[in-house]
Write a protein that binds this ligand. Structure first.
Ligand SMILES: C[S@@+](CC[C@H](N)C(=O)[O-])C[C@H]1O[C@@H](n2cnc3c(N)ncnc32)[C@H](O)[C@@H]1O
Length: 557
């Protein structure tokens, strides 16, 4: 049973032949000289001897009851073995389809219309009415497309189609050790500490991950692309969820296979994406929650770690020479979070600048977090301590939560690669101010009540208050929707769905837009009234009962 290997038995002693020195594996891992076994590897018609180490060895795959090791010819050699560690499927859990094999219609034997195929479940041998004709046991029979390893430029090893592959075709299973989510985090950190640059852990479901770092199939060599020709899909095979790589489109022989990792970035080095796609997001995991939160946290006033400041290329020579835009003078680019950055652009603006623009557009920042500096400075012209009163520190649902939701909805999280690290950056994630508060807790907002105290006109005050009320309503609507949606999101992470339902996503988008509009209305009203209506004179009675008069005095100075 060559499935989802947790471990392998030692190859049969009869396989042992001449020993040869260890060879470096494609990803730089060495064979460990432990539980040593010698075996003959038959690869593309030629034989070579090698030391095979079970248990503690980076050996690839569980194909057809064999283990695979890379051969210097960049092929794969096989040694027979038996993977163990699978759950036994209970008879009562076996789902039986209603197909009937007809000799003149081969598709009748568990083709597209098979009930099991429609629910991404493989038929169980011995129980399928199509019996030996059943075509729905691709994972079990390792019906992989032909592929071969090749060395890429800058992205390590990659995998090529070695035959024409049709859209929708099963290419290969992502095999590896099935471990808990917690163990995945622990291992990711350990691998990073060991200096392993490549990440091989993908998420299987909310609780388990597949680690192909040391044991896995050739699928572990498939690189990421922001415009991929493959995708991951989950199938239920003999009662277990397993991950396969499937073709998204027809792929011709010799084309590199790639899928979108939806890489989950938790810190550590930001890895530049070298997929070369037109809409490339710049970094592996740039769309993930961790990456966006980290980037956002530092955008305020510390540009050192923001994505825009990290050069995409190590040197100018590395940068592609394509000239995509032309401009003559300095341009102000307004980011979606309202922050303006001034770039003195050279005559020719190359790919890097375009990337910068694209990555800026990717950052979704709700108005909650817009500091409104223009308004406050202009209106108050006051001491720093008063700024605190204009900016409420209330953070009903911070950006982190909002953004987590957005990125979860957005992410097709069937498979996320982990890249976890106790890196220098992780210290930066909780910077502290001298007053001991964490920087990311200081989400500034304009406090409409304090602004009202500035305004002499009753109508102006009422208008601002009304807009604030509407903003608060929209905020609590979004909050309750968040609670309503959470189970759906959790469910989505647990089962094999690749995305949340469109209706859920639409509800969320609608409520978010309403909140953004309410915020926009409030802030426009504040700007309009602060700049166009008279201010209250010093010492004038406070419009609101019990308000602090000193506050007003300061503000109108
Ligand atoms: C699952 S492995 C893929 C195989 C890997 N190239 C190797 O040589 O073993 C994932 C790692 O490959 C590299 N990689 C994959 N896609 C990449 C891309 N588009 N740009 C840069 N590096 C990439 C990254 O180091 C990533 O952590």
């Amino acid at each position: 049973m060559p499935l989802r290997p947790l471990d392998w038995n030692t190859p049969d002693a009869s396989q042992v032949s001449e020993n040869s020195p260890n060879e470096a594996l494609p990803n730089g891992l060495e064979l460990h000289l432990k539980n040593r076994c010698k075996g003959t590897i038959n690869c593309d018609g030629h034989e070579r001897s090698a030391t095979i180490v079970t248990k503690d060895t980076p050996i690839y795959s569980s194909m057809n009851g064999s283990i695979s090791v890379p051969c210097p010819c960049v092929g794969i050699g096989q040694l027979p073995t038996t993977p163990v560690g699978h759950k036994k499927q209970k008879e009562e859990d076996i789902v039986i389809c209603e197909c009937k094999y007809e000799a003149n219609n081969p598709d009748s034997a568990c083709g597209e219309r098979c009930l099991n195929v429609l629910t991404s479940t493989e038929c169980t041998p011995g129980y399928c009415p199509s019996d030996i004709y059943c075509k729905n046991q691709r994972f079990q029979k390792c019906e992989y497309a032909k592929s071969k390893l090749f060395k890429t430029e800058g992205r390590g090893w990659g995998l090529l189609a070695d035959e024409t592959i049709k859209a929708g075709q099963f290419i290969i299973e992502y095999c590896g050790e099935v471990i808990s989510w917690k163990e995945a985090r622990r291992r990711s950190q350990a691998y990073e500490t060991l200096g392993l640059k490549d990440a091989f852990i993908i998420s299987l479901n909310a609780y388990e991950s597949i680690d192909a770092t040391k044991k896995g199939s050739l699928a572990r060599f498939i690189n990421h692309s922001c415009q991929p020709n493959c995708e991951t899909r989950k199938w239920t095979v003999l009662g277990e969820i397993r991950v396969g790589i499937f073709a998204k489109q027809d792929i011709s022989a010799g084309t590199e296979l790639a899928y979108d990792y939806n890489f989950e970035w938790y810190g550590g080095a930001k890895v530049r994406c070298l997929c070369g796609a037109v809409g490339c997001s710049g970094f592996l995991g740039a769309k993930s929650r961790g990456f966006q939160e980290d980037t956002y946290l530092w955008e305020d006033d510390d540009d050192r770690y923001s994505v825009e400041k990290i050069p995409l290329y190590d040197s100018e020579e590395d940068a592609p020479s394509s000239k995509l835009l032309k401009t003559t003078d300095s341009s102000i680019i307004e980011f979606s979070n309202g922050r303006k950055n001034e770039y003195s652009m050279p005559m020719d603006v190359g790919l890097e600048s375009v990337h910068r623009l694209e990555s800026a557009a990717l950052v979704v920042v709700p108005l909650d977090s817009v500091p409104m500096e223009g308004v406050v400075v202009e209106a108050a012209k006051t001491e720093v301590s008063e700024e605190k009163q204009l900016y409420s520190q209330e953070t009903p649902r911070t950006f982190a939560q909002n953004n987590a939701m957005i990125s979860r909805i957005r992410s097709n999280s069937a498979c996320r690669n982990y890249h976890v690290g106790p890196s220098p950056l992780s210290n930066k994630r909780s910077p502290h101010y001298p007053n001991g508060r964490s920087k990311h807790l200081v989400q500034k907002q304009v406090d409409a009540k304090v602004v009202c105290q500035l305004l002499a006109s009753k109508e102006a005050r009422e208008e601002v208050c009304n807009y604030e009320k509407m903003k608060n309503q929209a905020t609590s609507q979004l909050d309750s929707l968040y609670n309503e949606i959470r189970p759906a999101i959790e469910e989505h992470e647990r089962d094999s769905q690749d995305s949340v339902s469109t209706s859920v996503a639409e509800k969320w988008i609608e409520a978010s837009c309403l909140k953004l509009k309410a915020e926009f209305d409030l802030y426009s009203s504040i700007i309009k009234n602060v700049s166009c209506t008279p201010r209250r004179a010093r010492g004038e009675a406070d419009p609101a009962e019990g308000d602090n008069e000193n506050e007003v005095k300061y503000l109108t100075n």
